[in-house]
Design a protein around this ligand. Structure first.
Ligand SMILES: NC(=O)c1ccc[n+]([C@@H]2O[C@H](COP(=O)([O-])OP(=O)(O)OC[C@H]3O[C@@H](n4cnc5c(N)ncnc54)[C@H](OP(=O)(O)O)[C@@H]3O)[C@@H](O)[C@H]2O)c1
Length: 301
C-alpha cells in the first residue's frame, strides 16, 4: 500500500525539507506538497495528511482521508468543525522538543528569579551595585502536566524550585494559583483552556507573581495580562506565544515593561524525528494497529 500523503507544513518554504526527511526514511512514499492550486482530482486521492493545520474548507475536499498526523505537539489548527469525526488523528511527540521547552522555561524562571533584567539595566547605566540573594526557591505551578509539563517540572525541580503540576484530575485552578509565585503554561489549546489566564486568574496569584507562556497565545486574555502587569499585580511575563503570530509591530504587548516577547522559538521538532514517527505511524495504520500518540479528538488534545 502506498497511500497518497498531503504534506502541509507551517510554511510552504518548509516543504522541501519535510519531503526530503520523509523520503530519507521511506523513499517509496507518494508525497503531495500542499498548494492552493491542487486540483479536485488530486485532493480526492489524498488518504493521509501530514501537517500542522487544515485550511477552512479543505477537509470536505478530501473524501478518501484516513489519518491526520500532526507534526506539532499542539493540534488545535487541525481540528476544524468540517473534519469528519471518525478520522483518527495522532501527533509527533519529540522528547527533544520537550527538553528544548524546559530549557527555555528554566532560562525564563532563572532570569526572573535571579533578577537578570535589573543587572541588564545596571550595565546599561555602568552601575556596579550588588543585590545579593540566597538561592531562589519560588513556588512554580506548571499548568498542563503532559509531555512538555512533566519535562519542565523535572528541570525546575532539579534547579531547586518547588513545583506543582496541574492536570484534569488536579482540582480547581485558583487555589493552586494562590500559592504559586511563577506560573508556567504548558496546556493544549482547547475550548476548555482557551482564555483560562484572565483577570480572575491573575487576581488569584500573589502580588508580584510571574507568568511564562510556552503553550498558545489563546490561553491568555492579553488585555487582562497587560492590566495586571501595569498595575504591579504581576511582576511581568515571558510570552513565547501570542494571540496573533507574528505579533504585529504596533501590538501593545511589545511595550509593557516587564513583558518579554520571544517569537515562538521555545522548541523546534527535529525533521528526522517527525519523519521516523510518521512512517512508523503509517505502518500501524496500514496494519490496522493502534496509532502511536493518538489524539483524543473529543478532548481536543
Ligand atoms: N512554544 C512552543 O514552541 C511549543 C512547542 C511544543 C508544544 N507547545 C504547546 O504545549 C502544549 C502541550 O504539549 P504536550 O505535548 O505537553 O501535551 P500533552 O502531552 O497532551 O499534555 C497536555 C496536558 O494538559 C492537561 N490538560 C488538558 N486540558 C486540561 C484541562 N482542561 N484542565 C487541566 N489540565 C488539562 C492534560 O491533562 P491530563 O494529563 O489529565 O490529560 C495534560 O497533562 C501543546 O498543545 C502546545 O500548545 C508549544
Amino acid at each position: 500500500m502506498n497511500p497518497p500523503i498531503l504534506l502541509l507544513p507551517p510554511d510552504p518554504s518548509q516543504i522541501p525539507a519535510f519531503r526530503d526527511a520523509v523520503l530519507a526514511v521511506a523513499p517509496e512514499l507518494e508525497l503531495i506538497p500542499w498548494s492552493r492550486e491542487l486540483d479536485a482530482a488530486t485532493l480526492a486521492r489524498v488518504q493521509v495528511l501530514l501537517g500542522w493545520r487544515l485550511p477552512p474548507g479543505l477537509a470536505p475536499q478530501l473524501p478518501a482521508l484516513r489519518w491526520v498526523c500532526s507534526i506539532a505537539a499542539g493540534v488545535e489548527k487541525l481540528l476544524p468543525p468540517d473534519l469528519p469525526p471518525q478520522i483518527p488523528m495522532s501527533r509527533v511527540v519529540d522528547p527533544d522538543q520537550a527538553l528544548g521547552i524546559a530549557q527555555h522555561v528554566a532560562l525564563m524562571v532563572l532570569r526572573h528569579a535571579r533578577q537578570l533584567p535589573l543587572y541588564d539595566e545596571q550595565q546599561r547605566q555602568h552601575s556596579w551595585q550588588r543585590h545579593p540573594k540566597a538561592a531562589a526557591r519560588h513556588r512554580c505551578a506548571v499548568l498542563g502536566f503532559g509531555e512538555v509539563g512533566q519535562t519542565v517540572a523535572a528541570t525546575l525541580s532539579a534547579l531547586g524550585f518547588p513545583v506543582e503540576g496541574w492536570r484534569r484530575s488536579s482540582g480547581p485552578l485558583l487555589p493552586l494559583l494562590a500559592r504559586s509565585e511563577v506560573v508556567i503554561n504548558a496546556l493544549p489549546l482547547t475550548p476548555e483552556t482557551s482564555g483560562l489566564l484572565n483577570a480572575q486568574a491573575f487576581a488569584a496569584l500573589p502580588r508580584g507573581a510571574y507568568l511564562i507562556n510556552v503553550a498558545r497565545g489563546g490561553h491568555v486574555i492579553e488585555a487582562d495580562l497587560i492590566a495586571a502587569v501595569r498595575s504591579g499585580q504581576l511582576a511581568g511575563a515571558a510570552l513565547d506565544v501570542q494571540q496573533t503570530e507574528p505579533l504585529p509591530a504596533d501590538d501593545p504587548l511589545w511595550d509593557v515593561p516587564g513583558i518579554l516577547i520571544t517569537p515562538h522559538i521555545a522548541a523546534q521538532s527535529s525533521l528526522d524525528t517527525v519523519a521516523r514517527q510518521f512512517v512508523a505511524g503509517l505502518q500501524c495504520l496500514e496494519q490496522g494497529r493502534p496509532l502511536p500518540n493518538a489524539v483524543d479528538r473529543a478532548r481536543g488534545y
